[in-house]
Design a protein around this ligand. Sequence first.
Ligand SMILES: [Zn+2]
Length: 288
Amino acid sequence: MSEFERISEHIYIMHAEEATDRPILAAVAGSSRTLLIDGGNSPAHAAAFREYLEREGVRSPDVLVLTHHHWDHSFGLAEWSLPAIAQRQTADILRGFAQLEWNEETVRRLAADGVLSERSAADMRKEYGEDLAGIRVEEPNIVFERFIDVHLGGLTCEIRFVGGDHSADSCIVFVKEEGTLFLGDALSPSVYGGPMKYTTGKFLALLDTIFAYGADVLVESHGRPASREEFYHDVRRYEQLARVVLRRGADRDAVERDLAAELGLTGAEALPEELREAVTYFMNGLSK
Ligand SMILES: [Zn+2]
């Protein structure tokens, strides 16, 4: 069931849907232009959001930006027929994808090569049907390296390349006048090409970059929009974990013990499951 929300005066979103890994799609509507953040994972996903925007009477999108190349954010791009902004690496990867003939065989091969994962392949089959017919990848046509600003009439969107563990091409989008920061999947662990991992240096550097915006609302693509307080409360534990890993290295028991102590818990057993999982990702990030 699709869920839509106007999260501020000028920002409309379609919430994430876990069933087929659909990320949040957003439309930022200025007085003269509308910018779309991410294209969706399929034509059906894109169409559902477009119909919502039409119902709401939002100016139809003029331009689109991709937060990174992953299929769930980019495979709906062709459905929009819009100028599309992307970081250079995103554009390069999608140019390669656009030249492939997409079918079960292709998806299997890419999953085996670590370009996709088995989980993505399974989600694609759910979104597109077993034969995967209907996948059509389009190449973005406005390419930037580090920063690009988009002026929408009374609103400025600052797009910034940040990279990180999840995907080396990750970008974030700050809607300045609304104090809203779209993080894409930048803060998530790596998902393709080996065990999921976080590296302490990349994770902490990214947090510094994010905190420096002082945003009021932060939006992660597969979560719910969060107030600054909610976001900081949530992310602080991961920040503490990263710092403990810096201190303790690969000694997992010591890491769990120290983190539990810092969080005021009685023992390593008491660490919440999501943090134990994150410890695993950080350990994976160390083993090289
Ligand atoms: Zn992603």
